[in-house]
Design a protein around this ligand. Structure first.
Ligand SMILES: Nc1ncnc2c1ncn2[C@@H]1O[C@H](COP(=O)(O)OP(=O)(O)OP(=O)(O)O)[C@@H](O)[C@H]1O
Ligand SMILES: [Mg+2]
Length: 629
């Protein structure tokens, strides 16, 4: 969050970046729109000069008798026709540019959403730890919407205003350079005042966007935690806090809009002031015949002054939305600027065949045998190591943030077919250890080896593909039960899905659901019990058939009878696999090969259930304490 705000202080750069994004997406459209806008402006400017030209070139000479009436009217007719055609061209270009802008705006927004989402998918888990969900959501909703306004309204207006200003300025210079100078001085004063006010306004708009994010996050959190709120009857408290946040939002919005609304009338009136000053000065020039300025020139000049002022006051009217949009665009770019999850891994996972000598060769088809393909840059050779699921931690230190070490000097090894259990108090660091195996986070010190290869060298996607993980908090996606199990292996057949569910002990309850495997799961599995959700999550990990399984409290919400079923399934699932189990219920980990007892991020005891009991240490206390319940 702090990062975001730091970066959001360069509106010009943001505008440039936004335009760059739009132009790169639609170069041809943008060029056509630009040409159309210029045509429209030139047409309008010409319209103003038209009356003067007609009077000067035809009507006055005809009145004076220097031009014959018949010829005069004929030429006048042609001129009028020409002007009519010019106006028609103006109307057509307005129509065309409006049509094209719809495509440009909506197309750009689509690309922004695509780019955002694609980038977000590549961000490390740490980003989601640091940013609230509501804030991220509001980038997709609020910020892209303000960006829409910027692209579809503000930017075309700025362009047409700039071309209006240029054409007006040129015309004014032709009519009277002296008077133009006067008009420019007045405008310069006005813009300075405006810039000061706009700067203040921008600050409040940034604050406002942040407050919107805050309130969104709060609403989302409350909606999600509605049950907890009700259980503790905290409705009043929640409401109070909401009112507080709402008040803060109201204040920043009021200040932001208030200031922007002050800018608008000031600018409007400054325009009139300019008009008056130019009129007085021009009158003075004409009456005294200074610089040969004729009174006939004053009328068009004043019209151009108005035309010159209009964009500036219009700009101030739009300042509000421009500033808001830029604040939104800044937040969008801030997300896009977030560092992607780095993957410097070059060891990949490939299908392999094993010959009679035990040598591995890479192959395209699925063989059920997997190998780590390890290219050595030094001599250009490639070695293949069979994927077994052998994991070693050597003196690993880790902290989520640099200032707090969560794990201290962790040493462990897990051989294929072994079941390693982590037990220990809440917050001891059990989940953290498993987060390191799949490289959600990188370690600060030490090494983790997978089949003898430093996991830093393994491509993350391949590393994660080889691990089956049941996370501590199960998350189900919208779709059917079968879809959710298939999430573990997208091309799994119905039979494979069913077999995995059987293995996980989920088949029984699924077949009793109204539509069996085709039952739709609503909002993160709200229509299932916690235990049922866990069973689906286990089936999901099982269907992938990975060599390494990580089960974080996977059976915590399952009744003991089902757990026995799952346990049996697991035991067959575990054949030849390395399994890491985290469990609070010690009965589940009793039959593990090794039990690691963690305390404050250190492994305090390790050994089998029996040996640990004999030691009469922490495990003994935990176990017997548990039994006493
Ligand atoms: N994403 C995170 N960012 C910062 N600190 C974290 C994060 N996740 C966990 N921690 C901290 O790391 C420590 C270990 O947490 P961990 O989740 O590994 O505990 P645990 O042993 O799995 O506990 P539990 O039994 O409750 O699941 C805790 O002190 C916790 O506050
Ligand atoms: Mg945990």
């Amino acid at each position: 969050m702090a990062d975001n705000r730091k970066k959001s202080k360069n509106p010009i750069k943001t505008l440039g970046r936004t335009l760059g994004f739009v132009i790169r997406s639609y170069p041809v459209h943008c060029t056509v729109v630009l040409v159309c806008l210029v045509i429209t402006t030139v047409v309008t400017a010409n319209g103003t000069l038209f009356a003067k030209q007609l009077i000067d070139n035809y009507i006055q000479p005809m009145l004076d008798g220097t031009l014959e009436q018949d010829a005069g009217f004929a030429e006048l007719g042609w001129r009028i026709l020409g002007i009519a055609l010019m106006y028609a061209a103006g109307v057509f270009s307005t129509y065309l540019s409006n049509r094209l802008m719809v495509t440009v705006t909506q197309g750009t927004l689509k690309r922004v959403r695509d780019t955002l989402f694609e980038h977000m998918e590549k961000l490390p888990i740490g980003y989601f730890d640091r940013n609230e969900r509501g804030d991220i959501m509001s980038i997709y909703t609020n910020d892209t919407d303000t960006l829409r306004q910027l692209i579809s309204q503000s930017v075309p207006n700025i362009i047409s205003n700039v071309s209006t200003v240029i054409t007006a300025l040129v015309s004014m210079l032709i009519l009277s350079p002296t008077l133009t100078l006067v008009a420019l001085v007045v405008v310069a004063c006005a813009t300075t005042i405006m810039r000061v006010l706009a700067g203040k306004s921008a600050k409040y708009f940034r604050k406002r966007q942040k407050n919107i994010g805050d309130i969104n996050a709060y609403i989302e959190e409350t909606v999600e935690g509605q049950r907890v709120v009700k259980v503790f009857t905290h409705e009043e408290k929640i409401l109070e806090k909401f009112a507080e946040k709402n008040e803060v939002l109201y204040d920043s919005t009021r200040l932001a809009n208030g200031l922007a609304n002050i800018v608008m009338p000031i600018m409007g009136n400054l325009g009139y002031l300019n008009y008056v000053i130019v009129a007085i000065f021009g009158g003075y020039l004409a009456i005294n015949g200074i610089n040969g300025f004729a009174i006939a020139n004053l009328i068009p000049f004043l019209q151009f002054t108005r035309r010159f002022n209009m964009p500036i006051s219009q700009f101030s009217q739009q300042l509000n939305s421009i500033i808001m949009a830029l604040a939104g665009a800044e937040r969008i770019f801030a997300l896009l600027d977030e560092q992607e999850e780095k993957d410097e891994g070059y060891v990949t996972l490939v299908n392999a065949k094993e010959d009679e000598n035990g040598d591995l060769t890479e192959c395209e088809e699925r063989t059920g045998v997997w190998a780590w393909k390890h290219p050595h840059s030094a001599d250009g050779t490639i070695t293949y190591t069979r994927l077994r699921g052998d994991i070693v931690f050597e003196h690993v230190d880790f902290g989520y943030t640099d200032d707090k070490t969560v794990l201290h000097d962790i040493n462990l090894y897990a051989r294929p077919g072994e079941k390693i259990a982590f037990v220990g108090a809440t917050g001891a660091g059990k989940t953290t250890i498993t987060n390191l195996i799949n490289r959600f986070y990188d370690i600060q010190k030490g090494k983790i080896r997978y089949d003898g290869i430093n996991i830093q060298k393994i491509k993350k996607a391949d590393l994660r593909r080889s691990l089956g993980v049941v996370l501590q908090d199960t998350h189900l996606f919208s779709g059917t039960v079968a879809d959710n199990i298939r999430y573990g292996k997208l091309d799994a057949t119905d039979e494979e899905v069913r077999a995995a569910a059987k293995l996980a002990g989920a088949d029984y309850f699924i077949s009793h659901l109204p539509k069996g495997y085709d039952t739709e799961i609503s909002g993160d599995g709200a229509n299932l019990s916690q235990g049922q959700r866990q069973l689906i999550a286990i089936a999901r990990a099982a269907v992938a058939d990975p060599p390494v399984l990580i089960l974080d409290e996977a059976t915590s919400s399952i009744d003991t009878r089902t757990e026995a079923i799952v346990q049996r399934g697991m035991d067959s699932l575990m054949e030849g696999r390395t399994v890491f189990v985290i469990a609070h219920r010690l009965s589940t980990v009793k039959n593990s090969s090794v039990i690691m007892v963690l305390e404050h991020g250190r492994i305090m005891e390790r050994g089998s259930h029996e040996s640990l009991l004999e030691d009469k240490g922490i495990y003994y206390t935990l176990y017997t304490g548990n039994k006493a319940e």
